[in-house]
Design a protein around this ligand. Structure first.
Ligand SMILES: [Zn+2]
Length: 219
């Protein structure tokens, strides 16, 4: 089935927002995610519903059908494999690959993506620590909690980020908070979640907003 980039991006947005396969997502949430108007979201949802990729109920929102779910998961798989390729094989940094992968994910070739997966050694996580669905659409899950939820004295390792925007990742580069770094929480402000941390020998402060988007495996 030939889909436009826009149609594919809607399926991906619904998958991202739904959290679970049968979760329903509101029109407003999709509009906010894709930075567009509720009216254009409604038009697109009708189109995707006609193609039986989503179930759309007025006033309630949209959920993915099995076909929609499969296509959206494949897009995520392609996106994350391309990100691994760009970092691992082309030597790019984790803050410069997301936008390029947003384009590469739309290339339609199952053979290409299978070869890419094989070439990369079947990676399970992308450069941001996000799990890569396998060819059957299954993710590798692991225990992780947001840095903002750690208590003073707790220690862990940075294993992922929830945000892959360039500006956010550059900010982490400046702070020296990249994947694999060991951290220890010194203080965590009850009111606004401002944290002071020890990161491999040096101390730094972090806002609650940033800390919420950093995923930790506690040690
Ligand atoms: Zn990305």
């Amino acid at each position: 089935m030939g889909l436009s980039y826009a149609e594919e991006n809607y399926l991906k947005a619904i998958l991202k927002l739904s959290g679970s396969p049968d979760g329903t997502v509101s029109t407003n949430a999709i509009a906010a995610q894709l930075d567009t108007s509720a009216a254009s979201v409604t038009d697109m949802l009708k189109k995707l519903s006609d193609k039986e990729l989503i179930t759309y109920q007025r006033y309630k929102g949209a959920s993915l059908t099995d076909d929609g779910q499969r296509i959206a998961t494949t897009l995520v798989r392609k996106h994350r494999l391309w990100e691994v390729f760009l970092v691992q094989s082309l030597g790019m940094t984790w803050d410069e690959v997301h936008e390029i992968a947003e384009e590469l994910e739309h290339i339609q070739s199952d053979r290409l993506i299978d070869r890419l997966d094989h070439f990369l050694g079947h990676p399970k996580f992308d450069p941001h620590g996000d799990p890569i669905p396998n060819a059957q659409g299954k993710y590798t899950l692991r225990a992780q909690i947001p840095l903002s939820e750690l208590k003073p004295g707790q220690e862990g390792i940075v294993i992922g980020v929830r945000e892959d925007e360039t500006s956010f990742l550059k900010h982490l580069n400046e702070k020296g908070l990249t994947l694999g770094k060991s951290i220890k929480v010194i203080t965590n402000d009850d009111y606004d979640n401002t944290l002071s941390l020890q990161v491999e020998g040096h101390e730094l402060n972090l806002s609650g907003k940033v800390a919420r988007n950093i995923m930790i495996k506690t040690t």
